[in-house]
Design a protein around this ligand. Structure first.
Ligand SMILES: [Zn+2]
Length: 399
């Protein structure tokens, strides 16, 4: 069987040197990744026709010059996290095998599948369509920025933690992230752009509108849209407040804008990006501490599990490190103990009415939501563990 490394050297010899220099471990690893023949069953079947219609519409706008390429790319990213491109390849992470639809797959498809296997991550944090680790690889290969494998890993860790964090913790993560960026920019004399700690200020200062809904003060925001100091002050005073369920989206948008900032040379986002990547190890450390004080080093913690995702999941759930490690061969046992059992013991919910999502901790099926709301209304004094309260809040159920 041919390996990915042989394929790259055969088809794209000019990438050999680049990859050896820029991503040496990943390229070395490509020797272990075998290429197996393509089968039609590999084609993803979970295509959502609605999404494809939206993509076609955007393509039409692009081809007719009605939107720029940048707008097209950005809109594409917001359409749906489940956006599925026509599958060019597939990777089997645990078996270290890949398959490609074409005999001569594009280098981007080869690197995409290789990256899945090397970093052992799924599309939510790897795919460049969502601003994942793959974006950093391409920015580096095209010399628009310079990132290492460590940067890619940390960026994906941070993305995953944001995707999984309970809503109740996101505000603090936002504050800490903004603090790092602000201090860094002040120390480099790039101006004190913000008097408060939310990426909302940074997004607005860069002239971007956040894709969020507001709890309060949307009218104030538009009234003072050109007066950045005033807006900062209003945010600080709590006169402009975004809905807590939009924190996740705002943070992900901020990361996407940073990637686009490098791609399209936006000076604001490049500055934010330089600050973000400079402090990324510390940002990951701080975020880990906010979510789970029992974990000192998430990188070490990941080594206990087959996939980093499982470590991130336990981190976000706030489950004690030693307990998580003791159950590493059967992570479901812990979920049973901390989620399913307390849920069904304390609330009228069956375990099958809870979905363990890949980019959200736990999703409560919609038909159960009303029943739960009703029950909680009738039993206002019910005592629930924090972990259950967080899950309810994430599902827009007030406790
Ligand atoms: Zn993929």
């Amino acid at each position: 069987m041919k390996t990915v490394r042989q394929l790259i050297e055969e088809l794209y010899p000019d990438y050999k040197e680049k990859l050896e220099e820029m991503f040496p471990n990943m390229y070395k690893f490509a020797r272990q990744v075998e290429i197996i023949p393509w089968e039609e069953t590999f084609q993803k079947t979970d295509k959502n026709p609605e999404i494809f219609q939206q993509i076609e519409f955007l393509q039409m706008l692009l081809e007719n010059g009605m939107i720029s390429e940048e707008e097209y790319r950005k809109s594409l990213k917001y359409i749906h996290p489940g956006y599925a491109s026509i599958t060019k390849g597939i990777s089997f992470i645990k078996d270290k095998k890949v398959a490609f639809r074409d005999k001569i797959p594009p280098i981007t498809a080869i690197l995409h599948e290789l990256g899945h296997i090397y970093f052992k991550e799924d599309d939510y944090v790897w795919n460049s369509v969502y601003g994942g680790g793959e974006s950093l690889l391409h920015l580096t290969l095209t010399q628009k920025a310079s990132f290492t494998e460590k940067d890619i890993k940390n960026h994906m860790r941070f993305m995953r933690l944001i995707l999984l964090a309970p809503i109740s913790k996101l505000k603090e993560i936002d504050q800490q992230l903004t603090k790092y960026i602000r201090h860094h920019m002040e120390s480099k004399n790039l101006g004190s752009l913000s008097v408060n700690n939310s990426v909302l200020s940074l997004i607005l200062a860069a002239g971007t509108l956040p894709g969020v809904e507001f709890e309060e003060g949307e009218d104030l925001l538009y009234e003072h849209i050109y007066d950045k100091r005033k807006i900062d002050l209003l945010i600080k005073k709590g006169k402009i407040v975004i809905k807590s369920s939009y924190y996740r989206q705002m943070l992900i948008q901020f990361l996407l804008e940073i990637i686009d900032g490098y791609q399209y040379q936006d000076p604001f986002y490049q500055n934010y990006g330089n600050a973000y990547f400079y402090h990324l190890s510390d940002i990951v450390k701080t975020t880990t501490k906010i979510l789970n004080p029992s974990i000192q080093n998430i990188e070490e913690f990941e080594k206990e599990f087959e996939l980093p995702f499982i470590a991130h999941y336990f981190t976000a759930l706030g489950i004690n490190k030693n307990e998580a490690i003791s159950k590493k061969d059967n992570p479901l046992e812990i979920i049973e103990k901390y989620i399913f059992t307390p849920f069904s013991n304390l609330l009228p919910v069956d375990r099958y009415e809870l979905i363990i999502g890949s980019n959200k901790l736990i999703i409560i099926k919609s038909e159960v939501t009303e029943r739960l709301k009703d029950y909680l209304n009738k039993n206002p004094n019910i005592q629930l563990p924090q972990i259950i309260k967080d899950i309810l809040e994430d599902n827009n159920i007030k406790v």
